[in-house]
Write a protein that binds this ligand. Structure first.
Ligand code: G6P
Length: 612
């Protein structure tokens, strides 16, 4: 995790760095810092525990006049989030200045070696060890580039770095392995950043660095090399993104903006990919692997967090409608349990960021065994998107709020499109059914808008439960993963303990916790499990639990059972999770706001987890 920005050019570096760090704060926000090479050739560093805003509030911009600098916003892995552990870090002699995103796994052996050479360490971070290691190698090589190369060749783990050297003040060296990094090429200026949001204010021309690559930038030049010192020629890409897409646009929080953007983001996911008259779904990015998808004996979906919940829903859809066996694996578990993967398996990685370390590693594991890999990814040009054999972008647009919302519904829409595409090819659904699905799909954005228009109702219920200590979320079938995702949303931003369960499993343990203080959310749309879920509601009600039912707009019967009702429009089963999650997103959002929490930057979390 962590966000990195480096600037070299004609402007004052600090405002560019602070602006970039603010945009990268979703990657970590427990401390921040920067180093600027001032016009008098002196390095000025300031770093502090807390958010980038705290850092900014305590500096005087006039003091920092230089136009070379590096900055960092941190999500702690090694060492507590304190001022001293904040980045940049220095080597003992102060010659090497470093910001780092990732984990140096062999930090202990490097530290021991350096200690035997007389090096002393002030912080608890692996980054300080790397700074000293570069310094150590600089002494031997007398060359900044070589020193970085030799050091990184000896490092195990992951890194995205930006580095300065007092003896070669004119350059910044950046390098990556496992942590994202790009080089933005402006007019007489360069910016190094963890992602494009930090550079869009200045330019849309970027070069993505791949693992094992470095950029050496000065005011007038940029050179790309591998860590092994081979020169690289790479075309500049022009980003198809505008800053507006990543700004709050009048909303109080990014999360609220992103919840309310879902009619549009969903439309962007299916635009041009479905024919409403014939029911034919076409995903260009998957075409080249379509024969393999159709012949596959098994799909394995791997992901983390919210994307994993989307994967569980994908399992219901693909098994039910395409009759292909699907397994869904936590990426972090999958890679370490010696999974059985065959050449004719399809491994699908779902990831908003396309950078989650565990998902990426699971994908690489699958590739080793010769499986065909497919990505369902939001961030264009991200590592997962680049490494898969084929894939589909969900086109949800930049998601900044740490709690994932619009990416989730777009992941579900992508899975629904894949299901429709495969079901047609495999003839597991009649074309009449596919046309009905396509017609219904067209209405999904309007139905989401109907719920956005009802948000005050959801807010009202949120206010009633703002002080709850626990919550259950229960659903059946395809709505069971919706219950898991609803519970996760609440935990993430309100810090209320919440659990999702299949409604019928309730009897096998969790029911012991039901009393008059326990709110239980039942996802109870009018589908074939409706009567069963009503029985489950009765079980909770008879033990005095508080019933909050998520029910269809026209369902009057539910009033006989529920204390509170979250209304949702009715749709076909394939799209139901897309609608049913929306009131639960609003509920979590408003509860967190009522509790005074920082919704966009919940404690201890980060949007993109690029460490294991
Ligand atoms: C983090 C985020 C979650 C996200 C998960 C997977 O934990 O806080 O919101 O679901 O990572 O991220 P990905 O980018 O792979 O979808």
């Amino acid at each position: 995790m962590c966000g990195i920005v480096g600037y070299i050019g004609r402007r004052n570096a600090l405002p560019v760095i602070i602006d970039g760090l603010k945009r990268l704060e979703y990657r970590g926000y427990d401390s921040a810092g920067f180093t600027i090479l001032n016009n008098d050739e002196k390095y000025l560093t300031y770093k502090k525990a807390g958010k980038v805003k705290d850092l900014e509030d305590s500096i005087d911009y006039n003091v920092y006049t230089g136009n070379i600098g590096i900055g960092h916003t941190r999500w702690a892995t090694h060492g507590e989030p304190t001022d001293i552990n904040a980045h940049p870090h220095f080597c003992m002699e102060g010659k090497i200045i470093l910001v780092h995103n990732g984990i140096i796994e062999n930090y202990k052996s490097i530290k021991t070696k350096l200690e035997s050479e007389g090096y002393i360490f002030k912080t608890e971070t692996d980054t300080e060890i790397l700074a000293n290691f570069i310094n150590y190698n600089y002494k031997n090589t007398k060359d900044f580039v070589k020193a970085v190369q030799v050091s990184l060749a000896g490092v195990e783990g992951t890194y995205g770095i930006a580095c300065l050297c007092r003896d070669e003040k004119d350059k910044i060296i950046a390098a990556r392995k496992g942590s994202p990094l790009l080089l933005a090429v402006g007019d007489g200026e360069f910016i190094i950043a963890s992602d494009a949001s930090a550079v869009l204010n200045y330019t849309r021309n970027v070069i993505y660095l791949n693992d094992g690559e470095m950029a050496i930038i000065t005011k007038n030049s940029h050179i790309l090399k591998t860590i092994e010192n081979k020169e690289i020629n790479r075309e500049i890409e022009v980003l198809d993104m505008v800053l507006d897409q990543i700004e709050k646009g009048g909303y109080e929080h990014f999360m609220l903006k992103e919840i309310c953007e879902q009619p549009e983001s969903i439309q962007n996911t299916f635009r041009g990919r479905i024919n409403f008259t014939t029911g034919v779904a076409k995903l260009g990015g998957l075409e080249k692997v379509l024969p393999r998808l159709l012949e596959a004996k098994r799909f394995i979906i791997t992901a983390c967090g919210t994307a994993w919940h989307a994967g569980l829903i994908g399992e219901y859809l693909i098994e039910q409608f395409c009759r292909i066996p699907v397994e869904v694996e936590y990426a972090s578990e999958f890679r370490y349990r010696r999974p059985i993967i065959n050449k004719d398996d399809i491994v699908i990685a779902i990831s908003q960021s396309g950078e989650t370390a565990d998902t990426l590693a699971a994908l690489r594991e699958a590739k080793k065994f010769g499986a065909t890999t497919v990505g369902i990814v939001n961030v264009i040009g991200s590592s997962i998107a680049r490494e898969v054999d084929a894939g589909t972008y969900i086109h949800a647009g930049p998601e900044i709020g740490v709690a994932s919302t619009k990416a989730f519904t777009s992941q579900l829409m992508s899975l629904a499109l894949i299901t429709m595409m495969l079901a047609r090819e495999k003839e597991t659904l009649f074309s009449k059914t596919l046309i009905e699905m396509a017609q219904e799909l067209k209405q999904i954005p309007d139905k989401i808008q109907r719920m956005i228009d009802r948000k005050e109702e959801y807010k009202h219920i949120a206010e009633r439960f703002k002080n709850a200590n626990n919550f259950y979320y229960l659903g059946r079938g395809v709505n069971f993963p919706v219950a898991l995702e609803g519970a996760l949303k609440l935990k993430e931003i309100s810090y209320i303990h919440a659990e999702g369960y299949p409604a019928a499993e309730m009897k096998h343990g969790p029911i012991a916790l039901i009393d008059e203080n326990m709110p239980v959310i039942f996802i109870a749309p009018k589908d074939r499990t409706y009567d069963k879920i009503i029985s489950n509601i009765e079980e909770v009600k008879s033990r005095k639990g508080i019933i909050i039912a998520l029910a269809n707009e026209e369902d009057d019967n539910i009033k006989n059972y529920a204390d509170y009702i979250l209304r949702v429009p009715r749709t076909l089963g394939i799209f139901a999770p897309i609608l049913n999650i929306i009131p639960l997103q609003f509920l979590s959002y408003y509860i967190a706001v009522f509790r005074g929490n920082d919704v966009d930057k919940p404690r201890n979390l980060a949007k993109s987890v690029t460490v294991e």
